[in-house]
Design a protein around this ligand. Sequence first.
Ligand SMILES: [Zn+2]
Length: 157
Amino acid sequence: MKFAADRMLGRLAKWLRILGYDTVYRKNLSDEGFISLAREGRILLTRNTSLRDRLPPEQSVFITSDHYQDQLVTVIKALSLKPVRDAFFSRCTVCNTVLEPAQDVEDEVPEYIWETQHKFSRCRNCGKVYWPGTHYERTFERIKTLFRGRGIQILYR
Ligand SMILES: [Zn+2]
């Protein structure tokens, strides 16, 4: 399932990408741009009633909360998504591109990271380098805590 998030939902888009979901987010996209993304098969995530009303109900999720955690739960529950652990951290949070393994990143990461980490990935589109580490663990703990409290199951496979 693929998404397009409207201008008001940048943080939600980032969190969906962290969970591995293909989520287009562009601040300068016009209403027509969003509608055409929906016509191409993306679910539109929107806080905008006029955008929502231009699409069939199954092609959008209307977001009312101001808080990204509630927004994320709304999307997951509305579409009965089953987040898969293996998909987490597989996508660039900046530009939505799927990450690829990378070895030659010594010049691109802090020295202590290079010395202590063994697995790196890079975004082919924007060049951002990622590595598992304490921030992954903290983020995963936040996701687990949020999901546990809202009755959302993470699939491990
Ligand atoms: Zn990127």
